[in-house]
Design a binder for this molecule. Structure first.
Ligand code: SF4
Length: 76
């Protein structure tokens, strides 16, 4: 689970494993953030605090995920 600060608010970046089909589109958009487990074929976001400059690529990954499995969830 990754965290990112957007406009002073903290969010976590999540992949819903009930929806993910392992298409790896997210890795193409953000190779340093998402990984897909070879055994489960499920994507996860890294445990890092993400650079806010990545927000455009994150939104692209959210929009382009064919399963709508990626979301940003506000913390707090
Ligand atoms: S793009 Fe969506 S469905 Fe494909 S691996 Fe990433 S999270 Fe899973």
């Amino acid at each position: 689970m990754a965290e990112i600060e957007i406009d002073g608010e903290k969010y976590r970046l999540l992949v819903d494993h009930d929806l993910c089909m392992g298409t790896r589109v997210c890795i193409a958009r953000l190779p340093g953030v998402f990984t897909v487990d070879d055994d489960t074929n499920l994507s996860s976001a890294s445990d890092d605090v993400l650079d806010p400059a990545l927000i455009a690529q994150i939104r692209e990954a959210i929009d382009d995920c064919p399963q709508e499995a990626i979301r940003l969830e506000k913390l707090g």
